[in-house]
Write a protein that binds this ligand. Structure first.
Ligand code: NAD
Ligand code: MG
Length: 352
């Protein structure tokens, strides 16, 4: 499952040309030169050779279409909220592949739903980019959360694990306060936790279910943003998780799709309001990604079996494939990016 991602665009022609050029250079140094001058030239040649070896050791380019698993997937119902460790195949969150390059050095991030799926991939990527991280999750997900905490610590970052239910305003306030205190500040808030439960007929959609979805997806975001603002210095970033469903709603996800449209809309208004405070607000709108949410009630099992087959890739995305977008949005390199909803939908072009 976990594969090295290509990081170089070096072609074999490039490499051959480089090798020929370098071989000639080294030969002439060895045959024609003597004394101290030649030694320094020789070490320069060695350094070049080492750099070349590093270049050639980069993984070869892969076809993105066949890079990750395709359907059919085994049916695998789990009770909500589901565990990543019980999934087949296990989602790839970059555990063995994501490589950082210091893009978030010294940053302090709170990630909701950081135990599994997209949130786990964000946590791993942020840690390897140099950030300290607090993750929130539900008590039933403690084992998944501890796996993530271990990976963050292995990357050299501080890992704070805070279990609790985001449907309660008091908990949301406490979560932000604890994260800011334990991390020694806060400058990234990733609102990623989400509730998705399908219902085929609106006549069966209960008020309890409707309220559950809104509390998790909309109210919690509202409460977390309010609690976080006093902690966020200029240059901070809030990143929300919308969905392709915000733009092209599934007929069995009436409540969920509506909340994801709401999140996209709140992203636009909050971005305008918070820019004078130096805070950027953006959202990511994923298409189908292989995560626990999908196998514990978000879709009928018949859909799980063919999950992602409707995309141009004919496969779902893996969480590791979306994490770089959250890194880019959080990074100060994206200083002019606010109020945007960036789609990553498997080639279906929504949002456009
Ligand atoms: P996931 O199951 O791995 O993550 C969802 C997380 O939400 C859970 O791990 C859980 O910790 C958290 N959560 C749910 N209810 C909570 C509550 N009441 N209190 C605290 N935490 C709670 O699945 P995922 O797909 O990685 O989901 C992450 C986000 O991505 C969600 O907002 C989801 O709507 C969104 N999304 C996912 C897909 C997809 O295809 N997987 C597509 C579009 C959008
Ligand atoms: Mg989870």
């Amino acid at each position: 499952m976990s594969q090295q991602k290509p990081t170089s665009h070096t072609t074999s022609q490039d490499q051959t040309a480089f090798a020929q050029k370098h071989t000639i250079g080294r030969r002439s140094i060895l045959s024609g030169a003597a004394g101290l001058g030649s030694l320094s030239l020789f070490s320069a040649a060695n350094a070049t050779e080492k750099a070349f070896t590093q270049r050639t050791n980069t993984p070869s380019l892969l076809d993105p279409v066949s890079q990750y698993p395709t359907s059919p997937f085994p049916q695998q119902p789990q009770s909500w909220p589901g565990l990543q460790s019980h999934m087949t195949p296990r989602p790839d969150c970059g555990e063995n592949s994501y490589k950082g390059s210091g893009r978030l050095k010294g940053r302090k991030a709170l990630i909701t739903g950081g135990d599994s799926g997209i949130g786990r991939a964000i946590a791993i990527a942020y840690a390897r980019e140099g950030a300290d991280i607090a993750i929130n999750y539900l008590p039933q997900e403690e084992s998944d959360a501890q796996e993530v905490a271990a990976l963050i610590r292995k990357a050299g970052g501080k890992a704070i694990t805070i279990a609790g239910d985001l449907r309660h305003e008091a908990f949301c306030k406490k979560l932000v306060a604890t994260a800011a205190r334990e991390l020694g500040g806060l400058d990234i808030l990733v609102n990623n936790a989400g509730r998705q439960h399908y219902c085929e007929d609106i006549l069966d959609l209960t008020t309890e279910q409707f309220d559950w979805t809104l509390k998790t997806n909309i109210y919690a975001l509202f409460w977390l943003v309010k609690a976080a603002i006093p902690h966020l210095p200029k240059g901070s970033s809030i990143i929300n998780t919308s969905s392709r469903n915000a733009y092209d709603p599934s007929k069995i996800l009436v409540d969920y799709a509506m909340t994801k449209a709401g999140i996209a809309n709140m992203t636009h208004s909050l971005a305008k309001q918070l820019l004078p405070r130096g805070i950027r607000v953006n959202a990511v709108a994923p298409g189908p990604f292989w995560t626990p949410l999908q196998v514990c009630g978000a879709q009928p099992q018949s859909v799980v079996e063919h999950f992602g087959a409707e995309t141009e890739y004919q496969r779902p995305g893996q969480p590791v494939e979306i994490a770089p977008l959250y890194v880019t949005l959080a990074s100060s390199e994206s200083s002019y990016v606010t109020g945007q909803v960036w789609g990553i939908t498997g080639g279906n072009g929504v949002p456009g």
